[in-house]
Design a protein. Structure first.
Length: 323
């Protein structure tokens, strides 16, 4: 219902505007919906400029900056939809659109937009398993933001970590996640924080697998719990459902099932961020009890302190495993 209202409001707000102004408004809303995992609604927001989902965008009457914005959003959404639907060839068409947007952004000197586009292009290569190409574009993107401490830089660092983890280079992945963690204390983007905790938890799942280490699974459970909390606040139901499924899997592998099931039930019954906040004291009480062993990683894996003041305050305890 909320998505329908947003799309209706968009049509009302853009009535009477120039095509360039409409394109910018539509791209802004599509990006918000994309971040929330609402890919079909994001496509609908772009329907004026992308009427055929399998076709090219309509760039008539747009100036160069607006063309590049539409190309980037259509390309990014093509990549996400193709990944979700497992559509053959979808990543190639997405890469073509995003590459064209990069050419325009670079010609115009719009480094922020170019960095964002390089990051989306890297995702397309990552989905195909082309990790070297993904690394190249993420390096290019980060070089454009060298002296910045922004959410976009955190996004790029997290994506760089994802590529390394999928390439089974966990130390390199942790290094990128550690850099991203230092930027996220300042961020108010719950979707971004949820993504960080989700991906960070995946590292501990992989570290736990060879010897079925319960201490690593404990840590993964805490990371996925934090991810669920932030995805709930962000309204991202797609990733919230995924991370809660992973929480069940992690909990099922732990020895103290009664304890972790209690935490899990307290979490999944939350239907809104207000309910979640009300239940945090209960989670804190459970978490303070002695079932969370300190995590000791190999010496080359140096982990920072937990980056989020809110989450640390809600679940602070002496036995919190240090990053």
């Amino acid at each position: 219902m909320k998505l329908t209202a947003q799309l209706t409001a968009l049509r009302e707000e853009t009535r009477g505007l120039t095509p360039i102004e409409r394109a910018r408004r539509c791209c802004d809303l599509a990006k918000q919906m994309e971040k929330a995992g609402e890919y079909e609604a994001a496509c609908e927001a772009l329907s004026e400029f992308w009427p055929e989902r399998d076709g090219l965008p309509n760039l008539n009457d747009l100036d160069e900056p607006a063309k590049a914005l539409v190309l980037l959003r259509v390309g990014a959404l093509s990549g996400w939809r193709g990944s979700t639907d497992q559509a053959p060839g979808s990543q190639e068409s997405a890469k073509d659109l995003i590459t064209e947007s990069i050419r325009i952004f670079e010609r115009l000197g719009r480094t922020q937009n170019a960095a964002e586009a390089h990051g989306d292009l890297a995702l397309c290569y990552w989905r195909e398993g082309s990790y070297d190409e993904a690394r190249i574009h993420l390096t290019d993107a980060l070089s454009l933001l060298e002296n910045e401490n922004s959410d976009l830089k955190a996004v790029l660092l997290i994506r760089a970590g994802i590529v390394e983890v999928w390439a089974q280079k966990l130390n390199e992945g942790l290094s990128f996640y550690n850099q991203a963690a230092r930027l996220l204390d300042r961020s108010e983007d719950h979707a971004l924080k949820g993504t960080f905790h989700n991906e960070y938890g995946s590292v501990f799942r992989q570290l736990a697998a060879p010897e079925n280490r319960e201490d690593y699974l404990d840590r993964a459970l805490m990371e996925y719990t934090a991810a669920s909390f932030h995805f709930e606040l962000a309204g991202n139901s797609r990733y919230l459902a995924r991370v809660r499924t992973i929480l069940v899997i992690c909990s099922s592998r732990l020895g103290n099932m009664k304890k972790h099931t209690s935490i899990w039930i307290a979490l999944v019954t939350c239907s809104s961020h207000r309910t979640m906040s009300a239940r945090l004291p209960k989670l804190t009480t459970l978490a303070r009890e002695p079932c969370w062993p300190k995590v000791t990683l190999p010496k080359q894996n140096v982990l920072p302190e937990t980056p989020y003041a809110l989450w640390r305050k809600a679940t602070s305890r002496q036995s919190w495993p240090k990053r």
